[in-house]
Design a protein around this ligand. Sequence first.
Ligand SMILES: C[S@@+](CC[C@H](N)C(=O)[O-])C[C@H]1O[C@@H](n2cnc3c(N)ncnc32)[C@H](O)[C@@H]1O
Length: 265
Amino acid sequence: MNPQDSLYSDRFARYYDQYSTGLDGDVKFYVEEASRAGSPVMELACGTGRVLIPIAQSGVEIVGVDRSKDMLSTAREKLALLDGDTRERIELVHGDMRSFYVDRKFKLIMIPYRSFCHLLTAADQRTALERVHMHLESDGLLILNLFDPRLDLLIADQSYPETPLRKHLEFDDAVSGNRVVVWATRTYDLQRQVLTEDRIFEELDGSGKMVSRSYSDLVLRYTFRYEMEHLLELSGFQIEALYGDFQRRPFRYGGEQVWVARRRG
Ligand SMILES: C[S@@+](CC[C@H](N)C(=O)[O-])C[C@H]1O[C@@H](n2cnc3c(N)ncnc32)[C@H](O)[C@@H]1O
């Protein structure tokens, strides 16, 4: 297994839905965009279906691609609870953003929740955008979201190898009923534009005794606004909008980058 996939495997795939609630208004935004574009649409890095299922429920056919078998199996468990018509609108494909092939063209391909940041080099980003281009109808749309890197955070702790370990979040695990406390520390590699967040998940029973401790890394490449703009243009896309959030407000430094780009040619 690729070490950067650990966060989306085994118990971490089960935990995912319990703490990953998305970005303010993102599901509504993607449902609106998918309804406007019409069937079929595709979600790359669809995970457990947080965005994909509401799109299918809104009446749009959707193909979801993800490289984690465990995230896809959680998605399949959720699909089994849906009504038959909604389920029929969904296809899940195990594949990588950089190499997937589906024998259909799409009106819209989206990469929500900063998943494009999992591509750690410019070459991987270009390869994924080529795949998107190849799978879009001639005037199809690409929508993707990144976080906008904040320079103060990037340089704040450069004299230390890592930021201090801090409590990141906590939640009650629906399966075991245990409290899960997540600790995290970050390293910023300015040379590669990669941040690594080492996470420690501690599960505590009802008496507060630790019953398990597990480790996983979140590894993300951050991409600056004009870097992304050039990347999209060089990959055959015309930029239609850059929003700063999912309420379609203008882009602002340090917030979100929400790109809407149309396939050229
Ligand atoms: C933050 S989750 C997003 C899941 C879902 N889109 C959502 O909004 O909740 C990131 C997902 O990206 C997937 N992923 C990471 N790298 C990938 C790649 N190269 N190709 C396909 N999926 C990838 C992971 O397996 C994980 O399911």
